[in-house]
Ligand binder design. Structure first.
Ligand SMILES: Nc1ncnc2c1ncn2[C@@H]1O[C@H](COP(=O)(O)OP(=O)(O)OP(=O)(O)O)[C@@H](O)[C@H]1O
Ligand SMILES: [Mg+2]
Length: 383
């Protein structure tokens, strides 16, 4: 059974990028009707010809479609009345004051949490290489290592000696490397004592610090989050702090993925985080003379994607350059761009960007705010 509360919950992740608030909070959600697995969501936009319409509609479809048992999603779009528009603007202004310091991550930044049901499947290797491959497509990219004490991003980026500093506002300035921004406990902690202190921190608190006290570039198009294995705490904290976060699930081709699938889907549902798709890693090994060995079996990625009703974004083969690049800090997509893994990663990155398009900041509400100001100025004779 599809629960209306679950639908409303995921709709709280559909953000009006400019107002930095979600469509439920802003009163844009008008109605949810559920008929078996068919869900119809009615939303009212500020104006019907809103340039954001496509983005909001596709966000609604993606998020609601990710709820288990939902078979189809229809979005009906209407326009607000003048009265409703002014109510929305005052809600937005109130929210803006209330959330004066939410996180340093722009509401326009698309957040992609790289997760898996189990450890060691390649989350970190894929996070690093996907982040670089997306940057190679011309986007501004950040990478947050949310594996607080099992961090591996510094080594993989060849930044073991980096030492981060705080700026005059006591915000940590992320590392600029390989054309991306990166943050990891491993970049901050350089002695055992401090490491121990971090170990005592609640995981969710550490994540909160990385989002609130790190000066992320306000122009970030994408922020990749390398999730720690297993724990649901970090997922919950992430969806609370960054409601725009979405999940990419990594699996191996092994068929035992079935049980893991249920766990990941459940985690995603409980944290209202939609799953964008699945990436299968360690998808067999092909020798130089073209012989293919499916070392870890076949079909796990496809099966998991079907189970979660999301696309299979890519299949990354086993490739010694991935291991070597991870150890030497020379990520495979940059060090060996022609290798089988690098090519698979580049095409997965392109597909991912297609599925989660960069947010456009040309919003209807921005126009309305300008219009309202102009009218106000005309009325008071100051314009
Ligand atoms: N496509 C690949 N080909 C060859 N080796 C790989 C591939 N992907 C990952 N590996 C190797 O597998 C090991 C585990 O990868 P990684 O650390 O990225 O996984 P993880 O899911 O982040 O692990 P953890 O759950 O511990 O955080 C590493 O040694 C890595 O180099
Ligand atoms: Mg890892």
């Amino acid at each position: 059974m599809v629960n209306p509360a679950d639908v409303e919950g995921v709709l709280r992740g559909v953000i009006d990028p400019e107002l930095g608030s979600d469509i439920v909070e802003l009163g844009m959600l008008r109605d949810i009707t559920i008929d078996g697995g068919d869900v119809t969501v009615t939303i009212a936009l500020t104006i019907a010809a809103c340039p954001m319409r496509d983005q909001i509609e596709s966000d609604v479809i993606r998020r609601v479609g990710a709820i288990p048992d939902v078979e189809s999603v229809t979005v009906e779009v209407g326009a607000m009345t003048q009265q409703q528009r002014s109510e929305l603007m005052s809600t937005a202004r109130f929210k803006a004051r209330e959330d004066a310091e939410p996180t340093m991550v722009s509401p326009l930044t698309r957040v992609i949490a790289v997760s898996s049901g189990k450890g060691g499947v390649g989350k970190s290797s894929l996070s690093v290489n996907l982040a670089l491959a997306v940057a190679d497509l011309g986007f501004r990219v950040g990478l947050l290592d949310a594996d607080i004490w099992g961090f591996s991003v510094p080594r993989m980026l060849g930044a073991l000696d980096a030492n981060l500093e705080a700026d005059e506002d006591r915000k940590i300035v992320p590392l600029e490397t390989h054309g991306i921004q990166a943050i990891s406990t491993g970049l901050i902690v350089d002695d055992e004592g401090t490491a121990l202190m971090w170990r005592g921190l609640m995981l969710s608190k550490a994540l909160e610090q990385f989002l609130r006290d790190v000066r992320w570039d306000s122009d970030l198009d994408y922020l990749f989050i390398d999730m720690p294995p297993g724990t649901g705490d970090v997922q919950m904290a992430l969806s609370r702090l960054l409601p725009q976060a979405e999940m990419v699930v990594i699996t191996t081709p092994q068929r035992a993925a079935q049980r893991v699938a249920a766990r990941v889907a459940d985690m995603a549902r409980r944290s209202h985080m939609p799953v964008v798709g699945v990436i299968e890693n360690m998808s067999g090994f092909t020798t130089e003379d073209g012989k293919h060995y499916p070392l870890f079996g076949t079909g796990g990625g496809e099966e998991l994607a079907t189970e979660l009703a999301v696309p299979l974004i890519g299949q990354v083969p086993l490739d010694p350059f991935v291991v070597e690049g991870g150890d030497d800090g020379r990520p495979v997509v940059r060090a060996h761009p022609g290798s089988p893994a690098a090519e698979a990663l580049a095409s997965a990155a392109a597909r991912l960007v297609e599925l989660v398009p960069k947010a456009e900041d040309e919003t209807c509400t921005a126009r309305i705010a300008v219009l309202a100001q102009q009218l106000e100025e005309m009325a008071t004779g100051t314009g």
